[in-house]
Ligand binder design. Structure first.
Ligand code: IMP
Ligand code: MG
Length: 189
C-alpha cells in the first residue's frame, strides 16, 4: 500500500496551528488568568461539551489558582449553519451564584452560542463572568459578544482537531487542521 498522507483522516487539507503553538498559547492564557484572578477563591471554569474538553484540561493545568471545573452540553437546532437557536442538553451542576465564572469554548463562529449561554449564566448571578475561546472566526460573527481570552483568530475555514470535530471525527488530532470539505463529502461513504 502506498502511503499518500501522514494524516489519520483523508479529509485533512493541512495543519493550521501546530501542537507546539497551541501548547505555548494555552500556557500564556493560563498565566494571564492566573494574574487576573489573584485573590479569587471561587473560580469556576465552565466548559461547553464536547469541543472544549481538550482545551479546558490543558488550560486548567496552566492556572495557578484554586479552581473547579464544570460543563454544559449545548447543541444547535440548525444543520450546518448556526441559526441562533440553541438547546441545553445538559446543564452545569455548580450553583454559580457569587462565583467568578470563565465560560470556555472551543471556537466562536457566529457567536450565537456564547451570546445565548452568556445571557443565561448572567441570570444566575455569578460574581463575574468572562469568556475564553481557543479559536475565533471573527469575520463570521453575527452578534456582538465580549471575548476576554482568545487563543487564535482564524480565517473562515472549517477546522478540526484538539477537541473540534466534523460529525464527531477529528477530535483526537493534537493540532488544528483545516478540512477539505469537498474531499470530506466524497469520502463519506
Ligand atoms: P456559533 O454559535 O456559530 O458561534 O457556533 C459555535 C459552535 O459551532 C462551536 O462551539 C462549534 O461546536 C461549532 N463550530 C463552528 N465552526 C467550527 C469549525 O470550524 N470546526 C468545528 N466546529 C465548529
Ligand atoms: Mg461547540
Amino acid at each position: 500500500m502506498v502511503k499518500t498522507t501522514s494524516f489519520p483522516y483523508p479529509f485533512i487539507a493541512g495543519i493550521l496551528i501546530s501542537a507546539a503553538d497551541i501548547d505555548e498559547r494555552v500556557r500564556r492564557i493560563g498565566e494571564e488568568i492566573t494574574r487576573d484572578y489573584e485573590g479569587s477563591d471561587r473560580l469556576l471554569l465552565l466548559g461547553l461539551l464536547r469541543g472544549s474538553v481538550m482545551f479546558i484540561t490543558d488550560l486548567m493545568r496552566s492556572i495557578q489558582r484554586p479552581l473547579t471545573m464544570d460543563f454544559m452540553s449545548i447543541s444547535s437546532y440548525s444543520g450546518s449553519e448556526s441559526s441562533g437557536f440553541i438547546r441545553i442538553d445538559s446543564d452545569h451542576k455548580t450553583n454559580i451564584h457569587g462565583w467568578d465564572v470563565i465560560l470556555v469554548d472551543d471556537i466562536v463562529d457566529t457567536g450565537y452560542t456564547i451570546h445565548t449561554v452568556r445571557r443565561l449564566l448572567l441570570d444566575r448571578q455569578p460574581r463575574s463572568l468572562r469568556v475564553c475561546a481557543l479559536l475565533d472566526k471573527k469575520e463570521r460573527h453575527r452578534v456582538d459578544i465580549p471575548l476576554d481570552y482568545v487563543g487564535f483568530e482564524i480565517p473562515d475555514h472549517f477546522v478540526v482537531g484538539y477537541g473540534l470535530d466534523i460529525d464527531e471525527k477529528g477530535r483526537n488530532l493534537p493540532y488544528i487542521a483545516s478540512v477539505d470539505l469537498e474531499k470530506y463529502r466524497t469520502t463519506l461513504s
